[in-house]
Design a protein around this ligand. Sequence first.
Ligand SMILES: Nc1ncnc2c1ncn2[C@@H]1O[C@H](COP(=O)(O)OP(=O)(O)OP(=O)(O)O)[C@@H](O)[C@H]1O
Ligand SMILES: [Mg+2]
Length: 386
Amino acid sequence: MYAPRDASDSGILPLPAGESDMRPDSYLQLKGVHKRWGAFTALEQIDLSIARGEFVCFLGPSGCGKTTLLRIIAGLETQTVGEIWQAGRNISVLPPAQRDYGIVFQSYALFPNLTIADNVAYGLVNRRQSRAQIAERVQGLLALVGLPGSGAKYPAQMSGGQQQRVALARALATSPGLLLLDEPLSALDALVRVRLRNEIRALQRELGVTTVMVTHDQEEALSVADRIVVMNHGVIEQVGTPAEIYREPASPFVAQFIGKVNRLRGVSEGDHWFRCGDKRLRCAPAAGADFRPGRPVALYLRPEDRVVGDLREDDPALCTGRVGRIEFLGGNCLAEIEVEGLPGQPLQLQFSLNQMDEFGVREGAPLRFALRTDRLRVFAAGEETE
Ligand SMILES: Nc1ncnc2c1ncn2[C@@H]1O[C@H](COP(=O)(O)OP(=O)(O)OP(=O)(O)O)[C@@H](O)[C@H]1O
Ligand SMILES: [Mg+2]
């Protein structure tokens, strides 16, 4: 019998008293998790609360600690400090087999010498179920992931996308409370990836299983997640819904990592006014701190945050410019605009193909527009990190 140990003999350092509180709606909670390998810190002060049934993505650049954090939740790696709670149970020191999750890795990780049915049944054999019960469950799972009737095949007879469906069926076989996915789609080609991510999302909704998916693909995270955890260099930069992360980035890193963004150099004049080149712009008070006058700042604006029709002549954000290079992106284009009074700081503005015709946006043409200063995000220039 497995006897739960107490944290004192696990080698995990105890959590300092008074760290984050348990939220009542929380299903999975990470409290003050740190991970060090010798002198290298892979994760620092990770506090995160995930609600039952939520789909959360860990998003960040390569090496930021996403996989390490997922493996700590799974018990495949041990945190140096901190606690993990699942469904009200402190699982911080439990071995993987004692935790309640299913996991899918980037590489298909199916047993090549077992049939698809035996791969899916792998986690069920020790669960005191009859062969008939297991066979029925496997059939049900294969139907659930869109592969009915393929139980007799072997992994080598299936495409990459099909193998990941099998891996998903295997992860769901024991009806775990938590589904962990580590870049499950990144080895697949673009079309299969989009189809499968939508299927995973639909399946997750149907089953209501709390899900954590690691990805470095922002589009993937924005399209499937209820909330995104943006990580960088082992710390959480921001946790929020896709719209919050995109519209209200909490740091320059998030503003630049998610989507396209213009960065303008400026100087604070106080009361949320900023000078950029010859222009004076006032941002919404919520968009950033009120920096003391003279402080260098960086102003971030998305390419779609501009107005072209209905311009007010007294609007300080009114700009006159000339269209430079146009980048064709499909239904949209990004036009580079040299703006009078903003020397050396060309703006990238986004237009639909229809708007390009409507506003006469073509290389070399003049363009009048106003910046949506209500959408500006402002950070102290010195706060920016790569
Ligand atoms: N066993 C280990 N020993 C020492 N350092 C490690 C070990 N495993 C991971 N690291 C380091 O920890 C950091 C985080 O690694 P991790 O695999 O979690 O990154 P990631 O965000 O998943 O990156 P990727 O997107 O490339 O998969 C990296 O710098 C990595 O080199
Ligand atoms: Mg990884």
